[in-house]
Design a protein around this ligand. Sequence first.
Ligand code: HEM
Length: 487
Amino acid sequence: KHPPLPPGPPAAPIIGHLLKIPQDNQEMVFYEWSKQYGGVMHLHVPGRSMIILNSTQAAVDLLDKRSANYSDRPNFVILKMMGWVPTLTFIGYGKRFQKHRRLLQQYFSSSKVESYRHIQVQEARRLLQKLLGTPEDHNNHMSRLSAAIIMQIAYGHQIVKDDDPYIQIAKDTGYALSSCGPPGSTPVDLLPFLQYMPSWFPGTYYANQARKLHHIIRRLHEYPFDAVKKQMAEGIAKPSYLSYQLEQLHREAVDTHEVEVDDIQGTAGVIYCAGADTTWSTMSIFLLAMVLHPECQIKAQKEIDAVIGSGRLPEFEDRPSMPYVEACLQESYRWHNAVPMGVPHRSLEDDIYNGMFIPKGSIMVANTRGMSLDENVYLEPTKFNPTRYLPKPLGNAEPLPIAQFGFGRRICPGRHLADASLWIAIASILAMFNISKAIGEDGQPITPDVAFISGLTSHPKPYRCAIKPRSKLAESLINETNTSDTY
Ligand code: HEM
């Protein structure tokens, strides 16, 4: 005796949509289905309902406004097999979730992240020097920028060499996260008994992957943790999230055992894994857009020149004066997504939304990609067009994207940090470099494919481009910048 379920494609008896849900490119398939079935869709797989949200409004109405009901997580069988425990992203709603969120929110609130600006500025300057020296290595340099900022904040570790083990860990983690299938909806997640089947058994591919990648995730948690503990014992640890929390633990140990060592290890690990890879991917999406859209680049550079001239590099204080550069960042979030289907939530109680029944225990997928391409909100949504956000008559006054950082009580706690790291890096690159297509051996410009490697996170496939200083003055400005780099 309840209203109908949300609409969805026809289902087979018993197995429902199990065989219809694709393993690759799910976000795009769900988006295509939404054109027929609407912004709130229902899929049925044995033992559970999946609700796919392709409309930002529905995601806000349910995941934000009714977040008490929609902040649990499904059981991520594959991710747990990989060793992601105890990691906030995958912990269910409850006491431990609240404890981990509290630990992280204190450290990454919008006001607190302002105190990390000097690290972000320094790393953005280093990125410029790296791009000047070896522009063909742009992907590594962007990965390094993201990892270096996170490393200093989380572990007090400054990356000084390209073969730094932390960079390798960040890269390995990126690889692991994009090789583990769609989050919460691989065959093993949908039919957990498959995890116990031998590797030749159909549907066990991701369970085998998880076993293979387990050592990467353990190393991510253990290596930095052991290093900081050792430094603390020797009295040489730099201030960081980890050293701060371990000191607190030591101080409060007598009074309360609320926070335990593995809470600290887990939260430090999640900063690293959730922060470095996603920031890097968004940087890479931005650069790809600049290769393909020189007209946007020129517009952004004109704005930067008008605000800061050509004698200095951008600072955070310039941000409010550069609405078009801001729009380029926002469009990079929307045009392609570092986390294309978000991280699924789970509902705790039965609910009714717009006359549709959402059963208790439903897996709620906020399809960021679908929301980014929603033609009811964005004109020509596949086009990279920052102007769309500018007020009329300059632009089309379209709403800024919000889905990229998720929703409700699960919204990304690192969003203020990520946004600031990306802004300073993007503004600095645009101020100093021209980005264009690389020239192939045949003398012709190479147009990079807009192609992605996708799992929980999504990365542009490696692409070539040319990155050249805008002028001799820009070149000397980059060279003269003191980054106290030792290599
Ligand atoms: C551009 C960069 C980033 C993107 C696109 C991104 C995106 C996301 C998304 C979509 C979620 C899932 C939200 C939900 O379930 O509704 C998430 C969760 C999370 N993010 Fe980020 N993130 C980024 C950077 C960061 C950074 C820098 C940190 C750490 C400082 C971080 C830490 C986390 C954590 C801990 C969670 C889990 C939250 C929870 O389950 O309660 N992220 N992020």
